[in-house]
Write a protein that binds this ligand. Sequence first.
Ligand SMILES: [Zn+2]
Length: 494
Amino acid sequence: MKIYNTLTRKKEDFTPLVEGKVGMYVCGPTVYNHIHVGNARTFVSFDVIRRHLINSGYDVTFVSNITDVDDKIINRANEEGRTAAEVAEEYSNAFIKAMDDLGVMPPTIRPYATKEIDAMIGTIETLIANGHAYEAEGDVYFSIKTFPEYGKLSGRTVDELLSGTRFDVDPKKHDPLDFALWKAAKPGEPYWECPWGKGRPGWHIECSSMSAKYLGQPFDIHGGGVDLVFPHHENEIAQSECCSNVTFCNYWMHGGMLLIDNEKMSKSLNNFLLLKDVLANLDARVLRFLMLQTHYRSPMDYSKQRLDEAANSFERIANTLRNIDWEVEHADLFAEVDVAAIEKLDVAVAAGVDSYVAYMDDDFNTAAALGEVFSIVGAVNGFIADGLSGAEEVKAAQAAHDAIVDLMGRFGIDMAEESDETAGWPAELLAFAKDVAGYEGDDMLAAGEAIISKRAEARKAKDWGTADAIRDGLSAMGFAVEDTAAGSRLSYGG
Ligand SMILES: [Zn+2]
């Protein structure tokens, strides 16, 4: 398996510290608001990466924190006349629910910053003791000139960083790039007692302390959005490597930005799209599907048009699964088997699965791996086009079906429910079946079959008026009648 390492700017062979195990840390959200789709993309990317590691046989310990104390949380609490803890609780719960809606696996360990203060104080005490940090009026700062490797992750020298960033000159700092490990509490702010008085931790120290506590140091993979490379991850490295004098982590992975209609999300454009608003009227699987179409490191464009295209492509896969199920149910088990076609399909499925794995092993190339799912879809669509004959053809079609469900499942997209082809059918179909065919039950599939056989009867009797009325009634509800080799059936939507 190859992973692109931001630290070396190269794709490297992945070798975990302990054979068969992976320790992975991904920076979690600061819970002062609902997350936007850009944040969601990062979490989906690392979820897909984690799932591929698991599917490759690794035992993955996945740690992802919640930053539940921060200036932004305190500001929001003050604006709304609430406590910071209330604001943090609301949005951390909302975040956990949103991740669940999106099919992101919960982390193995989800540390909350406010419950890990002792570990952070310990890290800071060590940094002060070994000369890498200094106290100033209740604040504690990291002294970047004590760490000559500062800038190695972002690939910039200290001089470049100084000239490329605007700084408020703070007289308490020895150097403009020095950053806060601990902030003295202002009146009304949440605080913890520590050797330097009342205060709270800086953001960067959280991740250094919590990753070391739960994964040890070094650990295998550290991930986050590309916007965290500087200063957050650069500072994490400085803190952790100065605290313990060993490498912080071996592989740095960063997810690309999400653009809205090719524009960066920004306050001035007012184009922040919250995940919860997107998911209010969208199947979360379609959003994941759209995200998979772009490599995790590349910028991804989000637009209504791309989302619609993703919905269509997704539906093509779902529809293929439903078609396979239907053809399997209506197979002519005593007809002659096409041995050459079975062999061709088996080969296409095996090749698709192999290539899928190879693409994912190559720095998680989800877009190309998704292409392999479509190659299986294309092969099986051709295979079932004339219906299925004999148990061997049924078996081959089912194997293709299972491979598609399995590969989509590895992406975190559950296609199993597509097997229920009546999911989402409107209840009025039952009333219509009663009207036109005298159907009395409440089984959607049986109602559809009753209507179809009534239509076939009418056509046979050349009663075109009834046949057309049935077709029009169905189409008004969103159904079409598909005539296939094995007979007619209803299809809904699309
Ligand atoms: Zn972090």
